[in-house]
Design a protein around this ligand. Sequence first.
Ligand code: HEM
Length: 92
Amino acid sequence: MRGRLIDVTEEELQKHNIRATVGPAYEVTQASMVYNVSLYMDFHPGGEEELMKAAGIYGTDLFDQIHRWVNYESMLKECLVGRMALKASTAL
Ligand code: HEM
């Protein structure tokens, strides 16, 4: 995925709450960055079950409750898929 980041919609994100056999598991962090965490799954010290709790959703709150100090940006650099697409505003 390196070099070509995509805009991920809410609908697309929700499809990615599953493991790599079916499709990549995506997670979203503070900066609305979307990561394919399937590649990191087997290395997560907290295990697969814990990591999957945040798959397909905005995972920052869960992440912060456990280990706010962990530098996910550097750890998941190679797993970056893109950013959440901004919703078109209907206000104004
Ligand atoms: C432990 C990384 C997401 C739950 C860890 C540790 C790292 C890590 C490096 C070891 C921390 C230490 O020993 O100081 C990550 C990364 C994530 C992620 C890069 C990216 C998305 C999550 C999520 C959850 C979670 C979403 C929970 C829903 C845990 C738990 C531990 C752990 C329970 C074990 C804590 C312990 O036994 O002390 N994770 N994690 N992690 N993580 Fe994660």
